[in-house]
Ligand binder design. Structure first.
Ligand code: FES
Ligand SMILES: [Fe+2]
Length: 369
């Protein structure tokens, strides 16, 4: 069992220190939806406090460059995509026209130089982050420093799930550190209080739950099971739906529902924009006929869920402002403890400690909700 700073007593179980501060690096984060990155367009993002230009070149490849020109700091995203003299795709700064190749971030042209002003412009580089495109999504690998930009872990895998572009995209920015957003996302006990709506569940139906959890690559999963009898939303899928919920660092939560041969995959991605702002993106793929029909209602439902969580986060911030100690109890807050332990194990492995080993052990968790 895994309780570093915490005990198994439900009374006092302080979470480890460092919750709600900093970022975890050397990880893949969700950056954008593929269809929102048009060829030739330059878009500015802020991810982990870094200004990042993410664009798609004319051959369809996505690239991510630091959105600060190394000359005099103009945002490259205000420039344009051009072809450099060697025919490669480059971003041209709007201020003095320096060009940076999208393939490696090297400066391929400084227009103000005259013929006898020798300067090895290629030695000037803007930082370039690895990107990965899959399942209609773009992921970015955030190394701790520019030297760490060779991925130390594979990107999230979507093997065996319904593919194509997402059928539903909802997003919202929470005024919250990613830690609190993850803990809120994986928290099984707030449902009856925060998400009361007739089609989801009623406030009066609290049941004892017991679910099997197991370690899964950089996270853990609630093993495949039939959804709770007080979760009405599953009923629209008909048949005998079975769902599996997986969490993976740094902030991915999959819910994969199977009804016979049909599937619904709901992915929630948490991307820290800054230390105090986290973007939550809710994506759904499905080949279930009921999903297509009910998409507008599901969209409305997803929106309402996010809003309810967002409102609660704002309320919680009233308290977090004072940096109070928090009490995490078993088993309802065990997933929060696992998240913290996974983070610690990953960070230690990146700082020269032992190789990453998933600290989660197969466990049954019980709670009432
Ligand atoms: S600031 Fe970018 S070229 Fe001068
Ligand atoms: Fe919630």
């Amino acid at each position: 069992m895994l309780d570093d700073a915490a005990t198994d007593s439900p009374s006092a179980a302080p979470p480890p220190t460092g919750v709600g501060r900093g970022f975890i690096y050397d990880m893949w984060y969700f950056a954008a939806v593929s269809s929102e990155l048009k060829a030739g367009a330059l878009q500015r993002f802020e991810i982990l406090g870094e200004p990042i230009l993410i664009g798609r070149d004319r051959t369809g490849d996505v690239y991510a460059l630091k959105d600060i020109c190394p000359h005099r700091a103009a945002p490259l995203s205000a420039g344009k995509l051009v072809k450099d003299p060697a025919g490669q795709s480059a971003v041209e700064c709007p201020y003095h026209g320096w060009r940076f190749r999208t393939s490696d971030g090297a400066c391929s042209k400084i227009p103000s130089l005259v013929a006898d002003q020798a300067m090895e412009s290629e030695r000037i580089k803007v930082r370039r982050w690895p990107v990965h495109e899959a399942q209609g999504l773009v992921f970015i690998y955030m190394g701790e420093t520019a030297k760490d930009d060779t991925p130390a872990m594979p990107p999230p895998s979507f093997e065996g799930v319904v593919g194509g572009g997402p059928k539903l995209i909802e997003r919202m920015d929470f005024d919250s550190h990613i830690d609190h957003a993850v803990v809120g996302l994986m928290d099984p006990a707030h449902g009856p209080y925060v998400h009361q709506q007739w089609w989801w569940r009623s406030s009066k139906s609290l049941y004892d739950k017991e679910k099997r959890f197991e370690p899964r690559d950089y996270g853990f999963a609630m093993a495949r099971h039939a959804p709770s009898r007080n979760s009405r939303a599953y009923a629209i899928l008909g048949g005998a739906p079975e769902t599996e919920i997986t969490f993976r660092l740094p902030g991915f939560r999959w819910e994969h529902i199977k009804v016979g041969r049909r599937q619904v995959l709901a992915l929630t991605c948490l991307t820290p924009l800054t230390e105090t702002k986290t973007r939550i993106t809710q994506l759904v793929w499905s080949d279930h006929p009921a999903f297509v029909l009910l998409a507008p209602f599901i969209r409305e439902g997803a929106r309402r869920f996010l809003k309810q969580d967002g409102d609660m986060v704002n309320l919680q911030n009233e308290g977090l402002r004072y940096d109070p100690p928090l009490i995490w109890i078993d088993d309802a807050d065990r997933q929060a403890k696992w998240y913290q332990a996974l983070k610690k194990a990953w960070i230690a492995s990146r700082r020269g400690g032992p190789a990453f080993k998933n600290p989660v052990e197969p466990t049954n968790l019980k709670w009432r909700s």
